[in-house]
Structures are given as C-alpha cells and as structure tokens.
Design a protein around this ligand. Structure first.
Ligand code: ADP
Ligand code: MG
Length: 570
C-alpha cells in the first residue's frame, strides 16, 4: 500500500447517461484533480478496489444494478477506510424502489441535488478527498504502529531467547576461560620447572668444573708426595724417618681417594663397581666413623652371617656411610644410638625390580624428619643447617645407590629417629674381583729403557727418580711433541704418558706411537675417575690411576712389559 500512489487520489466518475460524466470530469480536471470516468457499475467496483480517492455516482446509474459486489467490498474495508461517495440525486429521489437502501449501503455519502453548479461539485469533491486523505493518514499511522509492534515483538522474542541461552553461554564462556587459564598455568609451571632444572644443571656444571680443576691439580701434588714417600721408604735406613714416611704415604692414599670422589662428582661419571664385602667395608670406616661421632655416640656394626658381597664402588660407599654417620651425629646433639646393619633382603615392590639385594640400614635415635622434609632431603644442596650444611651428603648417598643399580630410601619419624637404607645388588660370581694393590715393592725382573711424558714437573721428576730407584733407565719429556721427538731419537722399551696434558693428549700420543712402533708397551697415568672411557680410548695400554704408590707404578711397569713379552711369544 503506497500512500503516494496517484491512483489513491483519483476521482472516479460514474454517470452513464448523456455527457454528464465528461462535463464533471472536465470541471474537476481544471482544478488539478485526477479524474477518471467509468462506463459500467462492474468497472466502478473494480476501480474502487484498485484504489481511489472518491467516487461521484449519478443516482440513476444505481438503478437495476447488482450491488452485492460493492457491498461486500465496502464491508470488508479495512478499519481505517470509509470510502467516500458523492451521489448526484435525481429530481425524484426514492422513485425507484430500493434506492434509499442502496444509498445507505454506501455508508460515507455526500448527497448533491441536481441541477448542480460547478462550485458545489468542486467543494464536495475536495471535501470527500480530504476525508479520504485523513483516512490514508490513519492507515499510515496504523501501519507504523503495526510495524513498531512487530519490531517490538521480535525484539522481545530475541530478548527471551537471549535470556534463555544466557546462562548456558555464560557457563560455556566460563569453561573456556577456565581451560585457557589452566593451559596458561601449566605453561607457567612447566617453564618454571625447566628454568629450575636449567639453573640446577648450570650450578652442578659450575661446581663440577671448579671441583674437577682443583682435584686434578691436587691429585698431581699428592702423586709427588706419595712418590717421594715411596722413595724414602725404599732407600732410607732411618727407621724413624721410614715410620713417618709410612704415615705420610697412608695420608696420601686417603687424599687420593678423596680426590677421586671429587672427580667422580665433578664429572658425574660411572662408578667403579666391584665386588665388595660389607664386613670389610664396615671395618674400613669403623674408626673414621667413631672419631667423627664424638664420645656421646657409640656406633654398632652388624653384618648378617650369610650377607653376600655386593656390587659397589667401595670408596663411594665409604663416603656414603661417613655422610650418614655425620648426619646422625647432627640429629643427636645430646647423644644416642647409631646402628649400621647389613643383611640380604627383599625390596618392597616399587622400590626396585625383584632380585637379590643387600639392605644396608643406618638407624639413629635422633630428632627425625617430618614427611615434607623427607621428600626434599635427597636433593643436592638442600640443607636445614644453614651455612654449616652443604646439602650434598644425602644427594651423594642417593646418586651412588642409584648409579650402582640399587636404591636409597629414608624412613623417619619426628622425635623417634631416622633410618636411611641403601639397597645394593649382590655381586654374582667373582668376575669383578680386582687384586688389592700390593703393599710391598715387587722385585724388578728386568731393567728397561722407559720414556716418561708428563707436563707436571713435580710429578715427572718424582716418577723419574722412582723408576730409576727401581733400576730402570729413564728419559723424560714435558709434552706430547717433545715425547714424539724423543721417540724418534730412540725406541724405548716402554712409554709412560700422562692422559691430560696441554696440546697433545696422552691418548693421541699413544696413537701416534703405536703407528711408529707397533707393539710398544704403554702406560697411561690419569687422575680421572672414568676409567672405562679412558680404557676405550687407549686400547691395549695399561691404565695407572693417580695418585699411585711406587709399588703400583712398579706393578704396572711389570704388567706392561709382560704383556708385550707374551704377545711376542704368540
Ligand atoms: P647437610 O647435612 O649438609 O645438611 P644432607 O644432604 O646430608 O646435607 O642432609 C640434608 C638434610 O636432611 C639435613 O640438613 C637435615 O635436615 C636432614 N637430615 C639428614 N639426615 C638426617 C637425620 N639422620 N636425622 C634428621 N634429619 C636428617
Ligand atoms: Mg650431611
């Protein structure tokens, strides 16, 4: 329904007799009104239906027509519409039967009597059209109102739908946010964990390098002291001096053990696992433990009669037992009980895979630890002792047990005491047994020409005098290059070289020597704890662990010379 449609403004003129219609239309057109004449009642009804402003109808034209169609249309008009008719009356209104009723049916009617003057027609028409225009306005207002109502309805429905889904959408959004938050938290935790692990790794690296450097130099010094003591023992006739030298030599041995542990820690290397008897181990630490515990604590050592030997690095085990004893002492400032027990046992599931194990338990009656503490104390550098603690004692115990194929565990109750368990695998067979270093110098079976390559002057001099004291002819070189030159000058019977030297390493020198003189016996001396790795590099050479006793040097020299002799015999 277009309010500006020209059709809605047109005036329909229905006066079928004579020229009335044309005349009237002419008058109105001159006034600027849109006029259309229609030539039949049917046509009139159809035109009204199509849209018009008003209709001018001659009364006589309504005689003898079937007005049902018009009536129906008028009845069905919309609420705003009351279509205006102007009826031109004949001289004798109501002469025809039913004309009055018919006029009443029309509803909104202006009656004009004939004869008609132009002015009357004009003002009646304009008035009818004005009425019709007001109806159009009402129509537009209604349409507007309907549109608004429809919009309102739609908005209301949207609001209802929104309300209905709001809760589920809030839930959904909350869930999504929670998930995002979880992801973020996990990432933060993971990043912190990685950073902590990184920091821990760097700390261990730094400590390791520092320790390694010190231990290496210290090892060389010990070597010199020990070599000199060996010489005094060999040559001196003064029994008192020899006694002192023997004590110094033992101290060097202990120092050597210590530096080897430091090196092992520094380089995080594989342990020297060998068949170890717990009884012997306990005997070895008994005195040291007693001394470090003080007089208020009397340690007891108990080894089950059927306790088999275990696979362990004896030095590391000694250190572990000492660490545990010192921890127990710290936990019992007023004194108390400390028991070392070893027996064959079955580990509880989860601790270790099934197998044959020995359980070594160190139990004190000290202050004990709360469960939260137990969870942390194996960590390196964890201590509750402030500057007095290192936090490395239990981490050494833990690392050593793990690397030995065993495990470590703490059982503790605050106020009652603590048991630290070390579980170790039993040694199967005697495959790993190693002869103990000889306490006395073996007889020198054959004097040999020996070349020593060693960068440390002290160590080199000490080795030279030791070997000369054993009756060998010795030449020396301070590095690999000089060593090669000496080899070119004359083939020795044996090459002894240090492993770690500036420039060419001992391993490289051995390779080049082997190319020059295949089968030449060689000994490599090293303070490094990772013997297996070195053994791989140097092939069939003999490894001599620093610091060594003169007797050990003599044995290694004998072994190296023997090995070649056997090779030659084959
Ligand atoms: P440190 O002894 O240098 O503190 P450890 O690694 O040996 O480092 O021990 C870590 C911590 O474990 C100690 O600071 C102490 O709190 C606790 N701890 C260790 N052994 C015992 C024990 N036998 N009784 C009670 N607490 C102990
Ligand atoms: Mg400790």
């Amino acid at each position: 329904m277009n309010p500006h449609s020209p059709r809605d403004e047109r005036i329909l003129v229905f006066a079928p007799h004579g020229r009335d219609a044309e005349v009237m239309a002419g008058v109105l057109r001159r006034d600027g009104l849109a006029c259309e004449t229609v030539d039949g009642f049917g046509r009139l009804v159809a035109a009204i239906g199509e849209g018009a402003g008003a209709a001018i109808v001659a009364e006589e034209a309504l005689h003898d027509v079937d007005s049902a169609g018009l009536r129906t249309w008028l009845e069905r008009q919309e609420a705003w519409s009351d279509f205006p008719f102007i009826v031109l009356l004949g001289k004798a209104l109501g002469q025809q039967s039913g004309t009055r009723e018919r006029l009443g049916d029309l509803g909104n009617v202006i009656l004009l009597e004939r004869p008609l003057n132009a002015q009357t027609l004009r003002s009646a028409t304009v008035s009818a059209l004005r009425t019709r225009r007001r109806q159009y306005q009402a129509r537009d207002v209604l349409a507007d109102r309907e549109r608004t109502a429809a919009n309102l309805h739609q908005s209301r429905q949207e609001l209802v739908a929104l309300n209905e889904t709001l809760e589920s959408r809030i839930d959904e959004r909350t869930r999504a946010l929670a998930q995002a938050n979880d992801r973020l938290m996990n990432e933060i935790i993971e990043r912190e964990r990685v950073q902590q692990a990184m920091a821990q790794y760097q700390k261990m690296e730094a400590v390791g390098r520092l320790t390694g450097g010190i231990a290496h130099d210290f090892n060389n010094l010990l070597n010199v002291v020990q070599g000199s003591m060996d010489l005094i023992l060999l040559m001196s006739k003064d029994e008192v001096a020899k006694g002192r030298a023997e004590i110094a030599r033992k101290a060097c041995q202990r120092g050597g053990k210590l530096t080897r542990q430091l090196l092992a820690f520094a380089r995080n290397q594989s342990l020297d696992l060998r068949q170890t008897d717990i009884g012997v181990l306990f005997d070895g630490v008994r005195e040291l433990v007693s001394t470090s515990l003080g007089s208020r604590i009397r340690p007891r050592f108990e080894v089950a009669g059927d306790c088999p030997p275990v696979l362990a690095d004896a030095n590391q085990m000694e250190m572990a037992l000492l660490n545990l004893a010192i921890n127990a002492r710290d936990a019992m400032p007023e004194g108390g009980e400390l028991v070392f027990v070893a027996a064959c046992d079955q580990p509880s599931p989860g601790l270790l895979p099934p197998g044959d194990y020995v359980r070594i338990a160190v139990t004190d009656s000290g202050e004990g630890m709360a469960p939260e503490l137990v969870a942390k104390v194996f960590e390196p550098f964890f201590t509750t002792k402030g500057v007095k603690g290192t936090g490395l004692g239990l981490s050494q115990v833990y690392g050593m047990a793990q690397q030995s194929g065993g495990a470590a565990r703490i059982l503790s109750e605050p106020g009652v005491g603590t048991t630290v368990e070390i579980w170790l695998r039993t040694a199967s067979g005697i495959e790993d047994a190693e002869p103990a270093p000889p306490a006395h110098l073996p007889a020198v079976r054959q004097a040999a020409r020996i070349l020593i390559v060693e960068d440390d002057d002290f160590v080199r001099e000490s080795m030279v005098s030791s070997l000369e004291a054993l009756g060998h002819t010795v030449r020396q070189a301070p590095d690999g290059e000089a060593g090669l030159r000496a080899l070119h000058a004359e083939r020795p019977d044996l090459l002894i070289t240090d492993y770690l030297m500036p420039g060419m390493t001992g391993a490289e020198l051995m390779q080049r020597t082997r190319a020059m003189f295949p089968g030449l016996p060689m000994i490599i001396a090293t303070g490094y704890a990772d013997m297996k790795a070195i053994e791989q590099v140097i092939g069939d050479g003999v490894v001599l662990r620093k610091p060594f006793q003169l007797a050990e040097l003599a044995v290694s020299v004998g072994q190296a010379l023997d090995r070649t002799r056997q090779d030659c015999a084959h």
